[in-house]
Design a protein. Structure first.
Length: 132
């Protein structure tokens, strides 16, 4: 198992940060994380993406211009949006999306972005990434 070291005393104690007196060794066991729900498929038009977990990964391949809507409990959503072999399709983020990236248009290109979903709005937690 891995080991996690954490400083437990503030700097005002006079001990050097990172000294052995300031460390706890923690060995995590039986950690339960929420399941990641994959919403997978080829999409175009106005698909509904129904989230059912507090951590979701939405994987979709654009086969036409797409304007999805989202429903489900609040949480973190990771989008992986691929162009099909034709490419050139657009994604219009749902109403209320803050700082959604412009997805790549090159055939077979994948765009990734991480969001916080509050049940109404998507707020980007990081800039989007393109591959390649």
């Amino acid at each position: 198992m891995g080991m996690f070291n954490a400083n437990i005393l503030p700097a005002t104690t006079g001990l050097n940060v990172g000294s052995d007196l300031q460390r706890w060794n923690i060995y995590p066991q039986n950690i339960v994380l929420p399941s990641i729900v994959n919403v997978v498929g080829s999409v175009s038009g106005t698909p509904l993406i129904a989230l059912s977990s507090s951590i979701s990964m939405v994987t979709m391949t654009l086969v036409g211009n797409t304007s999805p809507t989202i429903s489900g409990p609040p949480g973190v959503v990771i989008f992986a949006i691929s162009q099909n072999g034709t490419g050139g399709y657009t994604l219009t983020w749902p109403t209320g999306t803050i700082n959604g990236m412009t997805v790549g248009a090159i055939p077979n290109q994948v765009s990734y972005q991480l969001f916080a979903w509050d049940g109404t709005n998507l707020t980007a937690m990081a800039p989007g990434l393109l591959n390649p």
